[in-house]
Design a protein around this ligand. Sequence first.
Ligand code: KG4
Ligand code: ZN
Length: 335
Amino acid sequence: KDNCLILAIETSCDETSAAVIKNGNEILSNIVSTQIDIHKRFGGVVPEVASRLHVEQITLVIEEAMSKANVEYTDLSAIAVTEGPGLVGALLIGVNAAKAIAFAHDLPLIGVHHIAGHIYANRLIQELHFPLLALVVSGGHTELVYMKEDGEFEVIGETRDDAAGEAYDKVARTLKLPYPGGPHIDRLAQEGSANIPFPRAWLEEGSYDFSFSGLKSAVINYMHNAEQRGVEISPEDVAASFQESVVEVIVTKTIQAAKEYDVKQVLLAGGVAANKGLRASLQKEMSIFSDKELVIPPLSLCTDNAAMIGAAAYVRFKQGKLSSLSLNGNPGLDL
Ligand code: KG4
Ligand code: ZN
């Protein structure tokens, strides 16, 4: 086949998505059906509900991705799917759909790590130059990943408790903001001033690990104290102070790692990459380097989508890292 066309599927959490990617970097279609409006009623993702909604949507989403890309199954080079990590019942819907298509059309199957997908979202907008550092900040993950070359991932730091997005969502809940809270905190933070001294978890000298549970507890305690004493709080100032604490630690560690590992690029990835405060601070701090490029995907490629899975799958396809039809959803998959 002249062109490598990959149909990719993503169902690891609360988005049902399918995409067709040409030669690893061109999006022919990227259909995302989000379940957020339904999970909102429960204040977070309900795994059993997520699985059922994926079942309802998966066939429609795949058909739409194929017709929008204007390709036939016989044109495809491979089928890719998020293998893990994620909610096991949700992962299984995508994995089984992908296996069925691979079997029916005799196509190679490629299992993809969800975080590899978030990282390779950057390849859809920019050529990658190695070595590089990827900052992955999502609802389930906060990781600094060093990549010496294509397809090689070394996690040099990760969260020891909550993920950044999880901290955002939990703090948002204490401020009575709807789920997912990240974008709401981000919006409030723009209007507030960071005048509350919330803690920063630097951890041991030289560590690239993160911790957000102490910060989350500090915010919750602050709210409880104010409530008990009948003091009015400013949600804008709480949001701005919380956001400054998160962003300062993440950006400082990222810049340190970029220097130590002497990388050519820093890639931002994951849902929290949509954060205005984080983007602005990273852009400012990265501007001191004349030899390092910062790559930030558009918002639609930061949150969960199948195009990023297709981009990551292309590298595995080229490297011959195929999966068998016994592929299973793996909620604890290692990068
Ligand atoms: O990557 P993603 O779509 O799903 C996971 O793989 O986790 O990330 C979702 C997370 C949620 O926690 C959401 O609150 C957060 O990304 N998020 C934000 C913003 N937009 C989304 N957090 C902070 N600021 C934002 N603007
Ligand atoms: Zn994600």
